[in-house]
Design a binder for this molecule. Structure first.
Ligand code: ZN
Length: 194
């Protein structure tokens, strides 16, 4: 049995009949990935030393617009690509692993990328925000600031927040960028500190 047949076999035995599943097409592409040995060469420490924070919008996949290959970067995506307490905790976690491995000098550059036409803009709508706040059980007043209406302004704000937490740019550097979903262009708004 060759690799492709093994993958087909594994897919059919572990997933059952996926003909009616939305995942079916993705699974077929996985078989091509296996056939092309796309998983080979993966490493735990990313090749570019980058952590990319961006929105979960399907138009803003950094693997595509930044040409990231396997193991090139650690990518964290959430609503808006915002710096949340969870994102901060994850960077602490990654930094601690880097320290454990004896990394000296710069551990990571964190590139925060916000984009235009972001769906978080709905959070500026009073009715939408109130209903969402009710659903997730938070006070709605804090959600206004999560709306990316002006990606230049919000990315600067999130860069400043992250720099206030990770105060040593020689270990964790932070940069901020805006992605334009209409042109595909990434513009750097806040370069890493010199
Ligand atoms: Zn978005």
């Amino acid at each position: 049995m060759n690799e492709l047949e093994k993958a087909d076999d594994a897919a059919s035995t572990t997933s059952g009949n996926l003909e009616g599943s939305r995942f079916h097409t993705a699974l077929q592409r996985n078989r091509s990935f296996v056939a092309a040995e796309g998983h080979r060469g993966g490493v735990v420490v990313p090749n570019l030393g980058l952590i990319v924070i961006t929105c979960l919008d399907p138009r803003t996949d950094p693997a595509l617009f930044l040409g990231l290959g396997l193991s090139d970067a650690i990518v964290e995506r959430n609503v808006g690509g915002r710096v949340t307490p969870e994102v901060i905790n994850d960077i602490f976690f990654l930094a601690q692993i880097g320290e454990l491995m004896g990394s000296e000098g710069l551990l990571y550059e964190v590139a925060i990328i916000h984009h235009n036409q972001c769906g978080t803009g709905f959070l500026a709508n009073d009715e939408f925000r109130r209903r969402y706040a009710d659903r997730i059980g938070v006070d709605q007043s804090g959600l206004v600031a999560k709306a990316v209406l002006d990606p230049v302004a919000t990315v600067v704000s999130d860069v400043e927040l992250l720099r206030s937490v990770f105060a040593d740019p020689a270990r964790i550097a932070v940069s901020g960028h805006v992605y334009d979903v209409e042109t595909g262009l990434v513009t750097t708004i806040a370069p890493v500190e010199p």
